[in-house]
Design a protein. Sequence first.
Length: 529
Amino acid sequence: MQALTHRIPNFIWFLALVVLLPACFFSEDAHDKQPGRSDNVLRFDVDFDFGPFNPTCVDCSGSTYIFPFIYSFLCIPNPEGELEPDLAVAWDYDPKTLTWQIQLREDARFHNGKPVTAVDVVYSILSWSENSQKNLDRIIRRIKATDRYVLEIQLEQDDPSLLTSIWDLEIIPDLSRHENLDLSVSPVGSGPFKFHSRTDDGRVILVANENYYKGRPAIDEVVFYYIPRREKSWSRLIAGQTDVVENLTTKNYEVIRQYADRYYFSKYYYNYYSILLYNTHHPLFQNPVVRRALTHAIDRDYIIKNMLNGLANVIAGPVNNQSGYHHPKLQPLAYDPPLALQYLEKAGWSLAPNTQCQVKNGQIFEFDLLLPAGSETNLRVARFIKLNLNEVGIRVHLKVLPPEDLNNRYYQNTEFDAALIELCANDRRPEDVLALWVTPDAAISKAGGFYSPEVGLLARRALNAKDPAMKKVCFQRFDKKVADLQPGSFLFQKMSIDAISKRFTLNYPFSLDYPGLSRMKYARLKDER
């Protein structure tokens, strides 16, 4: 009875919210109550702070949402996944010489008025290969401009699908030919919008490119807001203070989806997965048997059902379940606390009778679990993991950090015990997954410094395999080997839920992946003709 009475206030609050939301926010469009403001502005909330604006040097920041508005691509997939021309108007591949020839359009101009040439495209791809896409060095033998608007790419091995893996590389100006440009601070591309300013209050403002080669966008401005708390973005959306919100929480989606006449929604599996990453250099986590024990102690099905409203899948390893590179026989470790206790005992730990804590050589098994600030869902998941591990005698101390501070602790670093984070699950460019767990030089890996000679060997074989079938097999073996070693407890891959106000008309399916962001240039106010 006591548990029930604790739940009644929350239930009443939820009913009140459902009743009051229509009255407060939906009886009249909030935009109609702001006379004098320019309505032809698309407002976009992101929950990552904005980093540099040079796309070739950025790994993960709010700036990645801005890039498809500022920069152009060689080609762009349509909603059916087929590549359509953008800067490139034609392309051809010769399997005998392993050479791609790409013809560019001649009417594209950068925002500073200079033409986009093959030299700029070559410079862009080389810049990517030197920075965040080092795998391109292994793929490309030679790249050169053969004419003002023609370039050739000769490959190290047969790859008739190269464009599908590089189409989303933004094309930047050749900085040796464009003087006094600092793309990190003031970006210059050839896309539908031009950079206007970055304000002290966390906004980035873009304006329509009057000379865009596909015609001026119907939208006058795009304003990006850095809003670290998703709950705040949700309240801004229903109050009419913003137009685009990415990654709605499942709780908020359940409330707002009844107002489908006000919003377009997009649901898809997020290209990242959640993992409880362990510092495998730490004495507590050096033994893979211990790491497997921790995973067996976490009830991931409960998390998905009760905290994510079923909008996620349990994952087994570093390659997501939907990918063809995922090992077909790899299954997630089952929730099995008795087995977890057996593994801990095998590793030399035992439950102290007086405290019910796991103890080994007089040391209690306890650690700090770092998690990013700004997410109520992550906090709930972390608290539940703490309870699960407490059931097998492991004590966990939660520590919330700003996302950037957390990133600095684990990313190519070992200044942490364990961290609740998200890692890339890119199945279109699986080399990005390898890059998290393996480094080609002496530097430690991006994923908390994890190192395994066997994993490194499988990664090299996957990267160097010339036969596509063998490449796939090597990736699958890599997937299984990492899963066997459990450098982290692989948790779940969430379904992302994004929303945009229907005060804008879209002539394409709404999504906030790169193809969807690039098509945002066709959006227009619904009353425009």
